[in-house]
Design a protein around this ligand. Structure first.
Ligand SMILES: *Cc1c(COP(=O)(O)O)cnc(C)c1O
Length: 476
């Protein structure tokens, strides 16, 4: 019997019907001078083939719409599609960035209200929506810090940063012209008041603290840390990119925070990663509001307007409004969830993360034993004796259908794997991830060579890491 694949149709794969009228030359209809001399330069590739090509490419990629993406510190959560719909409304997309205020009242209202919501969530007094990334927010916050001390005619050049901070913190600090001094955290992974006191002097402008920090641990001394700073005339900057662990639960104002940035593209429903636009609003306490970038968006009871008249503004930090569509997405998300929903999202993020942590603590080392917030850090050190590193575990996860966690960060944990499940994963999905991690741990003990061949199911296999780094060639 013939197999199906051997069967060949006698017909061509062409279903256009045969012509049933007499064929006539075009010159019967057109004057030859109107006709082209050379064929039109159309793409030789039909639309159908182009669509197939790009669809195949999109399937080679892993993304948040496809599966769990536990990349620690990055909050790769599912973002409701309705946010894309509102951000794509013609009335908003078609705005001219230089249209007069009277014609963009709706857009200004969205920006104003979003600012009010964020101020309420953090308990702060004033805000700018201009910065276009978390790190851009950090730079803005530090320029505000500098302007504040300049206005007091004080010279302070040092920013203190704990060893558990996000990597952008020291980078932003030096970009803003400060010296960075690292402070060690204690055995529980948080900053001690004594350690801060030891590092304090008259040159310290601020402490820049990521909270929850990159170990996924809440800095529970933060209120006392703020007192030490304020007593010495310094400021407390909180990196609030991890606000999906706090929103609706605690207001950072109560911690003594003077400046905070948000990552709308993590916490507030704009996809993070992929190089798309981000937004990193910065909120401050009253004594710093005169230094915010201009213009701020204000409402006088009748009209929304840009306020260009801030006494000591650091100036503009973005063109036009900043990343307006990201603001529309955040606005939609906050309006949809409401206060209870935002709190619910934080609680779910924390529960999901603790569920994973408590189910993986037999198989992996937990360097910091406390309960975690929205993320946690495991160590793969115990498999090193079998030649297995965090990198091998990350690669093996790809074969089991998961995106890898962040690895080798934070730097204070050997063979670190930083896992953030986010609030949008179901219990079934978390259970699947736990099973995958347990399977890998078992192989790492019993059959380590198997892991060395991973990934073998992805379009690209294991890369030579050094060559990929030093000899980058992306043209193929
Ligand atoms: C992501 C992140 C940042 C940087 O945000 P970008 O928008 O990528 O510049 C800063 N701090 C923390 C804690 C983060 O998680």
């Amino acid at each position: 019997m013939k197999l199906l694949c051997e069967y060949k149709s006698s017909k061509k794969n062409d279903y256009t019907p045969a012509l049933d009228i007499k064929e006539k030359p075009l010159t019967n209809f057109f004057n030859t001078s109107q006709m082209r001399k050379n064929p039109m330069r159309l793409s030789p590739i039909p639309e159908r083939e182009v669509v197939k090509h790009f669809t195949r490419l999109s399937e080679m990629n892993y993304h948040v719409d496809k599966g769990m993406y536990p990349l620690g510190s990055c909050t790769m959560k599912y973002n409701p599609k309705v946010c894309e719909d509102t951000a794509s409304l013609n009335e908003l997309l078609g705005l001219h960035p230089e249209a007069p205020e009277s014609e963009i009242q709706g857009a200004l209202e969205i920006m104003f209200e979003l600012g009010e919501f964020l101020k309420e969530i953090a308990g702060m007094d004033a805000i700018t929506l201009q910065p276009q990334a978390g790190s851009h927010g950090e730079l803005t916050g530090l320029l505000i810090t500098r302007a504040y001390f300049n206005s007091k005619k004080e010279v302070r050049k040092t920013i203190l940063i704990p060893d558990t901070a996000h990597g952008t913190n020291p980078a932003s600090s030096s970009r803003a012209g400060f010296k960075t001094k690292e402070i060690k955290s204690n055995k529980d992974g948080i900053l001690d008041v004594e350690n801060l006191e030891k590092a304090m002097d008259k040159d310290v402008a601020a402490l820049m603290i990521t909270n929850p920090n990159t170990l996924g641990v809440f800095e529970s001394n933060i209120k006392d840390l703020s007192k030490v700073l304020h007593k010495n005339g310094a400021l407390l900057y909180m990196d609030g990119a991890n606000l999906n662990a706090l929103m609706g639960i605690a207001k950072v104002r109560d911690f003594g925070v003077d400046i905070i940035h948000f990552n709308l593209h993590k916490t507030f429903a704009t996809p993070h990663g992929g190089g798309g636009p981000g937004s990193g609003p910065v909120a401050v306490r009253k004594h710093l509001s005169e230094f915010l970038p201009v213009p701020t968006v204000e409402f006088d009871g009748k009209q929304y307007k840009f306020n260009w008249k801030l006494k000591n503004s650091i100036g503009k930090v973005s063109t036009f409004y900043g990343a307006f569509q990201v603001m529309v997405k955040a606005y939609t998300y906050i309006r949809m969830l409401g206060a209870d929903g935002l709190r619910g999202a934080s609680e779910q993020a924390i529960i999901n993360s603790n569920y994973l942590l408590s189910n993986l603590k037999e198989e992996y080392d937990i360097p910091y034993k406390k309960n975690c917030m929205h993320e946690f850090v495991l160590s793969a050190s115990k498999f090193k004796k079998n030649g297995i590193r965090a990198l091998d575990i990350a690669k093996a996860l790809l074969d089991l259908g998961y995106h890898a966690p962040t690895i080798y960060f934070p730097l204070i944990v050997a063979e670190a794997m930083m896992i953030e499940p986010t609030e949008t994963e179901s219990k079934e999905s978390l259970d699947g991830f736990i099973e995958a991690m347990k399977t890998i741990a078992k192989q790492a003990e019993e059959n380590p060579d198997v892991l060395k061949n991973s990934p073998c199911t992805t379009p690209v296999g294991r890369l030579d890491e050094v060559k990929a780094n030093r000899d980058l060639d992306v043209k193929w």
